[in-house]
Ligand binder design. Sequence first.
Ligand SMILES: Cc1ncc(COP(=O)(O)O)c(C=O)c1O
Length: 362
Amino acid sequence: MRHKHSDYMHWSKTLSRARFNLATSGVAPFPLRDLPIDLKELEIHGDNSYGYVPLQHAIAAHHGVDPECVVESAGTSMANHLAMAAIIEPGDEVLIEHPAYAPMLDVAYYLGANVKRFRRPEENGWAIDPKEVRRCITPKTHLVVITNLHNPTSVLTPQPVLREIGDIARSVGALVLVDEVYLDAVYENTPGTSFHLGLEFVVTSSLTKVYGVSGLRCGWILAEPDLAWKMRRLNDLYSATPVHPGELLSVAAFKHLEELRERARWIVEADRKLLRDFLAEQSKLSAVSTAWGTTSFPRLLNGNADAFLKRLHSKFDTSAVPGRFFEMPDHFRIGMGVNTEMFAEGMNRLSRALILSGEHDI
Ligand SMILES: Cc1ncc(COP(=O)(O)O)c(C=O)c1O
């Protein structure tokens, strides 16, 4: 039987919520009423057989790429699925970072890939070491898969390292898939997309995490025109055409992108400051701190994060993502950028739960 589900996605949809929800990964929703758009201009149908040209152009302009290289998709989720499905055949070797965003692994297994891993060691601040990629890649590798910023840790991979990964992939004829859904959360000197680094790069992203308009499901893939076309043809099997009102609203969002990003930025930054202060006081947690990103991935130094989080949820009405979903059961993921008051109280409750966990089994 092929792998046909995502345990993480199921948990996220059914069990992640709490009054103090630290299990998020994206910023607060941007309300429709604040998007300057005349709703009378919305239409149900439009000319979007293989993408809506104004949206394709907006995405292309955002990244400085040729519109031919842009494939519209339903969020980064479908972007990752389409990209991998267009590139790999059953049995193909795919080299995926560890820890990884679980649904990317799920898709690779679903497609029947021969999944191999390379480590991003915590002791190196979760950074990608190109030597490790070189050690793990083989002549059979078709695709290397990474996230930048990294989910769950938010660590940024600098362009020279990306370039080296590209060189390593090219040496065996492999492509590199970079999920950049969090990259625009680097609010200063935002790096350009790695798509510009070489022909072996395929990039996925969306407006979901950093811009607060997840409900529009505005995602995309950047790929060379031939591969991009293959992905559009493949998408014919999944969803025929995109939801046109969503495309129109996405075009409007692109016109006000900086405003959307700035609105969330202050929440993310206030939360990060609270998180830093919180972590500085904790003797039972260790965490790699990052300058950017909407998530952090602390380690519970003594104990099982799953049991701790269950009790945090039931006794303190506070949630975070168990590290087991990232194959790191001693860790958990905290999300920033939704509501600073909620985040502060979540930290407070996390703190109390940690104190109790030392005294007796909370
Ligand atoms: C690395 C990564 N890629 C993709 C997604 C899914 O993004 P979207 O909501 O755009 O489908 C997530 C969501 O958490 C993610 O963390």
